[in-house]
Design a protein around this ligand. Structure first.
Ligand code: PLP
Length: 389
């Protein structure tokens, strides 16, 4: 049973080449990564103080239409830094969706604040702004929407709710490199936004993350936390706050500059293939794909999300048997994870939509969407057969 559940994850995580249908492997790299890596290797600074780090921060921030970037070890510590820089801690509440990767919630717990789990919309998989509104209390100090799978959460409604209550928004944009809401890029709405460059993300250096902000004071405060209390322009051995060392390396930033150059074309290719797959499968009864509202149409397709009526286990088995990578969603809501199951130090709002999606949803990883157009036609055949079986 367990093997059955994890088999596709295991198999696809370890096979470096395309299988059967010509599904590309991930991550991808080329001459550009090597060229930039050589540049760093030839220098005497491989760590976080090479100028390529600041260059990557500028380029990525500009790409997401933000003023300032602060790159870090990963997209978990960036969330923690954002909360800490805002002074959020014990006795404070932070609203998070019930469906996300665990870091969205643990970042809140790590600064000793209380995560408040709120339901998603059943079809967009993104946090429901009406449920966010209901969850706000006098203790609420931040709202952390996740742009789940790539399409952005409803930023008009979320910014309105946040504004009405004077609560900052921190975007968890770990899936949203290049995603837009009404033409405005992910990461440029919140007081902070956090991106991940972990191995499975649409641009990667194996590990890595970046915090973005339009507020220089806030980003400087986060930089002080990241750089062990040092201050810009002050001496190496002068530490002003109780920080730590979350610095990224120059080697990672070299890779990330090359990955960023490749991202727009890959985002387009994924979108073309997803459109072809969704069109091809539109008439399959019992198979539903994530609803993408019009303002969110430009996005990464980090995950092709959907859900099935009936037997998800059979759907998943048939799909993976056909050589098509598929994950039968998270095994639980965030609050049913062992860490929060006993409801210690968290608050849980009613989450019927999240609980329903745990039982019937699936995702297809973005690398399966990077083939050429001919392959997209072939790819669509597998879910059709799987749904029919
Ligand atoms: C929504 C979300 N937030 C945060 C993270 C944490 O990022 P990292 O793995 O870089 O720590 C991830 C995934 O890895 C994620 O999917």
């Amino acid at each position: 049973m367990l093997f059955e559940f994890f088999a596709p994850v295991f198999i696809y995580a370890h096979v470096p080449y395309s299988i059967g249908m010509g599904i590309p492997s991930w991550p991808v790299s080329g001459a550009r990564e090597r060229e930039l890596l050589e540049e760093v290797l030839a220098s005497e600074q491989w760590g976080g103080y090479h100028p390529i780090v600041a260059r990557f921060e500028r380029e990525f921030a500009a790409f997401q239409q933000c003023r300032f970037g602060l790159s870090a070890m990963n997209g978990t510590v960036t969330l923690e830094m954002a909360l800490e820089a805002l002074g959020i801690g014990e006795g404070d509440e932070v609203i998070v969706p019930a469906i996300s990767f665990i870091s969205t919630a643990t970042a809140v717990s790590r600064v000793r604040a209380t995560p408040v789990f709120v339901d998603i919309e059943s079809d967009t998989f993104n946090v429901d702004p009406r449920r966010v509104h209901e969850a706000i209390s006098p203790k609420t100090r931040a709202i952390v929407p996740v742009h789940f799978g790539g399409p952005m959460a409803d930023m008009d409604s979320l910014m309105q709710v946040a504004g009405e209550h004077g609560v900052p928004v921190i975007e968890d944009a770990a899936h949203a490199h290049g995603s837009e809401w009404n033409g405005q890029r992910a990461g440029s709405f919140g007081v902070f936004s956090s991106f991940s460059f972990q191995n499975s993300k649409v641009m990667t250096a194996g590990e890595g993350g970046i915090l973005l902000s339009n507020d220089e004071t806030l980003i400087d405060r986060a930089r002080e936390i990241l750089d062990i209390g040092r201050r810009k322009g002050e001496g190496w051995f002068f530490h002003y706050t109780l920080g730590t060392n979350y610095r990224i390396t120059a080697l990672q930033c070299a890779v990330l500059i090359a990955q960023l150059e490749r991202l727009p074309e890959q985002n387009c290719r994924r979108m073309r293939n997803v459109n072809a797959i969704r069109e091809e499968l539109a008439d399959v009864s019992g198979l539903h794909f994530q609803r993408v509202p019009r303002p969110a149409l430009a996005h990464t397709n980090y995950l092709l999300l959907g859900w099935v009526d009936g037997d998800r286990g059979a759907f998943h088995r048939n799909l993976t048997a056909a050589g098509f990578p598929c994950t039968p969603f998270y095994p639980h809501t965030l609050y049913e994870n062992p860490l929060y199951r006993e409801r210690h130090n968290c608050r849980v709002m009613p989450c019927p939509n999240s609980e329903a999606r745990i039982t019937d949803a699936f995702w297809i990883p973005h690398r399966a969407l990077l083939g050429d157009e001919m392959e997209a036609q072939a790819l669509a055949a597998a879910p059709r057969t799987a749904a029919a079986a």
